[in-house]
Design a protein around this ligand. Structure first.
Ligand SMILES: [Fe+2]
Ligand SMILES: [Fe+2]
Length: 280
Protein backbone atom coordinates (compact mmCIF):
# COMPACT_ATOMS: atom_id res chain seq x y z
CA UNK A 1 0.00 0.00 0.00
CA UNK A 2 1.60 3.35 -0.97
CA UNK A 3 2.16 5.70 1.96
CA UNK A 4 0.08 8.87 1.48
CA UNK A 5 2.08 12.08 1.53
CA UNK A 6 -0.14 14.56 3.36
CA UNK A 7 1.44 17.58 1.69
CA UNK A 8 0.97 16.15 -1.81
CA UNK A 9 -2.54 15.00 -0.92
CA UNK A 10 -3.49 18.53 0.08
CA UNK A 11 -2.11 20.35 -2.96
CA UNK A 12 -3.17 17.73 -5.55
CA UNK A 13 -6.39 18.50 -7.40
CA UNK A 14 -9.45 16.56 -6.25
CA UNK A 15 -9.63 13.34 -8.28
CA UNK A 16 -13.15 14.20 -9.50
CA UNK A 17 -15.64 17.03 -9.26
CA UNK A 18 -19.40 17.05 -9.05
CA UNK A 19 -19.51 19.13 -12.25
CA UNK A 20 -18.03 16.15 -14.14
CA UNK A 21 -20.96 13.87 -13.29
CA UNK A 22 -23.43 13.63 -16.21
CA UNK A 23 -26.63 14.11 -14.24
CA UNK A 24 -28.34 15.09 -17.51
CA UNK A 25 -27.60 11.64 -18.96
CA UNK A 26 -29.12 9.54 -16.20
CA UNK A 27 -31.11 6.61 -17.62
CA UNK A 28 -34.14 7.37 -15.42
CA UNK A 29 -36.14 4.34 -16.54
CA UNK A 30 -33.49 2.03 -15.11
CA UNK A 31 -33.77 3.31 -11.55
CA UNK A 32 -36.79 5.51 -10.96
CA UNK A 33 -39.01 2.61 -9.84
CA UNK A 34 -36.37 1.05 -7.60
CA UNK A 35 -37.67 1.84 -4.12
CA UNK A 36 -34.72 0.31 -2.24
CA UNK A 37 -32.23 2.28 -4.35
CA UNK A 38 -34.08 5.49 -3.57
CA UNK A 39 -33.88 4.85 0.17
CA UNK A 40 -30.26 3.68 0.17
CA UNK A 41 -29.05 6.68 -1.87
CA UNK A 42 -31.06 9.21 0.11
CA UNK A 43 -29.82 7.71 3.40
CA UNK A 44 -26.21 7.75 2.17
CA UNK A 45 -26.56 11.40 1.08
CA UNK A 46 -27.70 12.36 4.62
CA UNK A 47 -24.86 10.58 6.41
CA UNK A 48 -22.24 12.06 4.04
CA UNK A 49 -23.71 15.55 4.34
CA UNK A 50 -23.24 15.52 8.12
CA UNK A 51 -19.46 15.19 7.75
CA UNK A 52 -18.83 18.70 9.10
CA UNK A 53 -20.05 17.58 12.54
CA UNK A 54 -17.68 14.61 12.61
CA UNK A 55 -14.83 16.78 11.31
CA UNK A 56 -15.20 19.34 14.07
CA UNK A 57 -15.10 16.66 16.77
CA UNK A 58 -12.01 15.13 15.20
CA UNK A 59 -10.36 18.51 14.60
CA UNK A 60 -10.69 19.33 18.29
CA UNK A 61 -8.97 16.07 19.17
CA UNK A 62 -6.20 16.62 16.60
CA UNK A 63 -5.78 20.37 17.18
CA UNK A 64 -2.10 20.18 18.12
CA UNK A 65 -1.19 18.09 15.08
CA UNK A 66 -1.08 20.62 12.22
CA UNK A 67 -0.49 18.00 9.52
CA UNK A 68 -3.51 15.86 10.36
CA UNK A 69 -5.69 18.92 11.06
CA UNK A 70 -4.81 20.37 7.67
CA UNK A 71 -5.64 17.15 5.84
CA UNK A 72 -8.95 16.79 7.71
CA UNK A 73 -9.94 20.36 6.92
CA UNK A 74 -8.62 20.70 3.38
CA UNK A 75 -9.31 17.24 1.96
CA UNK A 76 -11.31 14.87 4.10
CA UNK A 77 -14.21 17.19 4.99
CA UNK A 78 -14.61 18.70 1.47
CA UNK A 79 -14.50 15.23 -0.08
CA UNK A 80 -17.10 13.80 2.29
CA UNK A 81 -19.33 16.84 1.76
CA UNK A 82 -18.94 16.45 -2.01
CA UNK A 83 -20.16 12.84 -1.62
CA UNK A 84 -23.22 14.20 0.14
CA UNK A 85 -23.88 16.90 -2.47
CA UNK A 86 -23.41 14.54 -5.43
CA UNK A 87 -25.70 11.87 -3.94
CA UNK A 88 -28.27 14.54 -3.09
CA UNK A 89 -28.19 15.83 -6.66
CA UNK A 90 -28.61 12.31 -8.02
CA UNK A 91 -31.60 11.66 -5.72
CA UNK A 92 -33.23 15.01 -6.52
CA UNK A 93 -32.71 14.49 -10.26
CA UNK A 94 -34.29 11.02 -10.33
CA UNK A 95 -36.97 11.62 -7.65
CA UNK A 96 -37.73 15.38 -7.96
CA UNK A 97 -40.85 15.20 -5.76
CA UNK A 98 -38.76 14.14 -2.74
CA UNK A 99 -38.23 16.97 -0.24
CA UNK A 100 -34.56 16.25 0.52
CA UNK A 101 -34.04 19.24 2.81
CA UNK A 102 -36.93 18.37 5.14
CA UNK A 103 -35.78 14.74 5.42
CA UNK A 104 -32.17 15.80 6.01
CA UNK A 105 -33.19 18.26 8.73
CA UNK A 106 -35.10 15.45 10.44
CA UNK A 107 -32.06 13.19 10.23
CA UNK A 108 -29.79 15.89 11.71
CA UNK A 109 -32.13 16.40 14.66
CA UNK A 110 -32.34 12.65 15.33
CA UNK A 111 -28.67 11.84 14.80
CA UNK A 112 -26.76 14.77 16.33
CA UNK A 113 -26.97 13.33 19.88
CA UNK A 114 -24.92 10.35 18.60
CA UNK A 115 -22.08 12.64 17.42
CA UNK A 116 -20.89 13.88 20.83
CA UNK A 117 -17.12 14.43 21.08
CA UNK A 118 -16.94 12.21 24.18
CA UNK A 119 -17.84 9.29 21.91
CA UNK A 120 -14.38 9.56 20.31
CA UNK A 121 -11.87 6.90 21.37
CA UNK A 122 -9.63 7.73 24.39
CA UNK A 123 -6.38 8.07 22.42
CA UNK A 124 -5.49 9.34 18.96
CA UNK A 125 -4.09 6.00 17.77
CA UNK A 126 -7.34 4.27 18.76
CA UNK A 127 -9.45 7.01 17.17
CA UNK A 128 -7.49 6.45 13.93
CA UNK A 129 -8.39 2.74 14.18
CA UNK A 130 -12.04 3.72 14.59
CA UNK A 131 -11.82 5.96 11.50
CA UNK A 132 -10.22 3.07 9.57
CA UNK A 133 -13.23 0.89 10.43
CA UNK A 134 -15.66 3.59 9.29
CA UNK A 135 -13.79 4.11 5.99
CA UNK A 136 -13.64 0.33 5.50
CA UNK A 137 -17.40 0.25 5.90
CA UNK A 138 -17.99 3.02 3.37
CA UNK A 139 -15.45 1.53 0.92
CA UNK A 140 -17.29 -1.80 1.13
CA UNK A 141 -20.72 -0.20 0.76
CA UNK A 142 -19.85 1.89 -2.32
CA UNK A 143 -17.87 -1.03 -3.78
CA UNK A 144 -21.03 -3.12 -3.52
CA UNK A 145 -23.23 -0.37 -4.99
CA UNK A 146 -20.79 0.06 -7.87
CA UNK A 147 -21.02 -3.68 -8.65
CA UNK A 148 -24.81 -3.88 -8.64
CA UNK A 149 -25.87 -0.40 -9.81
CA UNK A 150 -28.62 -0.63 -12.43
CA UNK A 151 -27.80 2.80 -13.91
CA UNK A 152 -24.52 3.87 -15.59
CA UNK A 153 -24.22 7.44 -14.23
CA UNK A 154 -24.74 6.08 -10.73
CA UNK A 155 -22.09 3.42 -11.35
CA UNK A 156 -19.58 6.16 -12.20
CA UNK A 157 -20.57 8.28 -9.23
CA UNK A 158 -20.36 5.54 -6.59
CA UNK A 159 -17.10 4.34 -8.18
CA UNK A 160 -15.57 7.79 -7.56
CA UNK A 161 -16.87 7.83 -3.99
CA UNK A 162 -15.52 4.36 -3.34
CA UNK A 163 -12.01 5.41 -4.49
CA UNK A 164 -12.13 8.44 -2.16
CA UNK A 165 -13.14 6.24 0.78
CA UNK A 166 -10.25 3.83 0.17
CA UNK A 167 -7.89 6.81 0.01
CA UNK A 168 -9.32 8.16 3.29
CA UNK A 169 -8.67 4.76 4.86
CA UNK A 170 -5.05 4.89 3.72
CA UNK A 171 -4.57 8.29 5.34
CA UNK A 172 -6.13 7.27 8.65
CA UNK A 173 -4.07 4.08 8.65
CA UNK A 174 -0.91 6.07 7.96
CA UNK A 175 -1.69 8.41 10.88
CA UNK A 176 -2.50 5.38 13.07
CA UNK A 177 1.01 4.05 12.44
CA UNK A 178 2.47 7.40 13.48
CA UNK A 179 0.48 7.68 16.73
CA UNK A 180 1.12 4.01 17.45
CA UNK A 181 4.82 4.81 17.79
CA UNK A 182 4.21 7.16 20.71
CA UNK A 183 1.02 5.79 22.25
CA UNK A 184 1.79 2.05 21.90
CA UNK A 185 -1.77 0.66 22.05
CA UNK A 186 -1.92 -3.08 22.69
CA UNK A 187 -3.30 -5.42 20.01
CA UNK A 188 -6.10 -6.15 22.44
CA UNK A 189 -7.10 -2.45 22.60
CA UNK A 190 -6.97 -2.18 18.81
CA UNK A 191 -9.06 -5.34 18.38
CA UNK A 192 -11.61 -4.01 20.89
CA UNK A 193 -12.05 -0.77 18.94
CA UNK A 194 -12.42 -2.71 15.66
CA UNK A 195 -15.04 -4.95 17.22
CA UNK A 196 -16.94 -2.10 18.84
CA UNK A 197 -16.98 0.00 15.67
CA UNK A 198 -17.98 -2.94 13.49
CA UNK A 199 -20.97 -3.43 15.76
CA UNK A 200 -21.92 0.22 15.25
CA UNK A 201 -21.76 0.18 11.42
CA UNK A 202 -25.18 0.46 9.91
CA UNK A 203 -26.97 0.91 13.21
CA UNK A 204 -28.14 4.33 14.45
CA UNK A 205 -27.02 6.32 11.42
CA UNK A 206 -28.50 3.91 8.87
CA UNK A 207 -31.71 3.45 10.84
CA UNK A 208 -32.30 7.17 11.34
CA UNK A 209 -31.32 8.08 7.77
CA UNK A 210 -33.66 5.46 6.28
CA UNK A 211 -36.43 6.49 8.71
CA UNK A 212 -36.29 10.14 7.65
CA UNK A 213 -36.08 9.30 3.94
CA UNK A 214 -39.02 6.89 4.30
CA UNK A 215 -41.30 9.19 6.30
CA UNK A 216 -40.84 12.17 3.96
CA UNK A 217 -41.22 9.94 0.89
CA UNK A 218 -44.37 8.31 2.32
CA UNK A 219 -46.22 11.11 4.14
CA UNK A 220 -48.41 9.85 6.99
CA UNK A 221 -46.54 6.54 7.39
CA UNK A 222 -44.30 5.77 10.36
CA UNK A 223 -41.03 3.92 9.86
CA UNK A 224 -40.86 0.83 12.07
CA UNK A 225 -38.17 -1.70 13.00
CA UNK A 226 -39.95 -4.07 10.60
CA UNK A 227 -39.32 -1.64 7.72
CA UNK A 228 -35.66 -1.48 8.76
CA UNK A 229 -35.47 -5.27 8.76
CA UNK A 230 -36.92 -5.30 5.25
CA UNK A 231 -34.11 -3.00 4.06
CA UNK A 232 -31.51 -5.10 5.89
CA UNK A 233 -32.89 -8.21 4.23
CA UNK A 234 -32.61 -6.66 0.75
CA UNK A 235 -29.11 -5.38 1.53
CA UNK A 236 -28.09 -8.87 2.65
CA UNK A 237 -29.46 -10.25 -0.60
CA UNK A 238 -27.47 -7.69 -2.61
CA UNK A 239 -24.33 -8.42 -0.61
CA UNK A 240 -24.50 -12.20 -0.96
CA UNK A 241 -22.66 -12.31 -4.26
CA UNK A 242 -21.15 -8.87 -4.74
CA UNK A 243 -19.86 -7.53 -1.41
CA UNK A 244 -16.05 -7.07 -1.44
CA UNK A 245 -15.53 -9.38 1.56
CA UNK A 246 -11.84 -10.07 1.14
CA UNK A 247 -10.87 -6.42 0.70
CA UNK A 248 -12.97 -5.49 3.75
CA UNK A 249 -11.45 -8.12 6.02
CA UNK A 250 -7.92 -7.20 4.88
CA UNK A 251 -8.56 -3.52 5.66
CA UNK A 252 -9.98 -4.39 9.08
CA UNK A 253 -7.08 -6.65 10.03
CA UNK A 254 -4.38 -4.22 8.94
CA UNK A 255 -4.22 -2.08 12.13
CA UNK A 256 -3.71 -5.28 14.16
CA UNK A 257 -0.42 -5.80 12.31
CA UNK A 258 -0.61 -9.56 12.73
CA UNK A 259 2.46 -11.60 11.86
CA UNK A 260 2.32 -12.83 8.23
CA UNK A 261 1.51 -16.45 8.98
CA UNK A 262 -1.31 -15.69 11.42
CA UNK A 263 -2.68 -13.13 8.97
CA UNK A 264 -2.71 -15.70 6.17
CA UNK A 265 -4.42 -18.25 8.42
CA UNK A 266 -6.99 -15.80 9.78
CA UNK A 267 -7.98 -14.25 6.46
CA UNK A 268 -10.02 -17.08 4.85
CA UNK A 269 -11.73 -17.88 8.17
CA UNK A 270 -12.74 -14.28 8.68
CA UNK A 271 -13.90 -13.85 5.08
CA UNK A 272 -16.19 -16.87 5.57
CA UNK A 273 -17.40 -15.43 8.86
CA UNK A 274 -18.00 -12.01 7.25
CA UNK A 275 -20.12 -13.64 4.54
CA UNK A 276 -22.31 -15.23 7.19
CA UNK A 277 -22.63 -11.96 9.13
CA UNK A 278 -23.31 -9.63 6.17
CA UNK A 279 -25.55 -11.96 4.18
CA UNK A 280 -26.83 -14.71 6.50
FE1 LIG B 1 -17.90 9.57 2.06
FE1 LIG C 1 -14.52 8.76 3.79
Amino acid sequence: MPVPDTHLSIIAPHPWLIEQIAFDRIAHERIVNEDTWFHVLAAASFVESLADVYTHNLLDRMADDPQVSLWLRERWEPEELQHGRALRRYVETVWPAFDWKTAFDGFCTDYRPYCRPELLEPTRALEMVARCVVETGTSGLYGLLQQISPEPVLTTLVGHIRSDEVWHYKHFYHYFLRYRESERPSSWQVARVIRKRLGAIGQEDAYLALKNAFEVHHPGQTFSPRDFQRFQHTAGHWARADYPYEMTVKMLLKPLRLPGMIHRMALPLLVRHARRVVAP
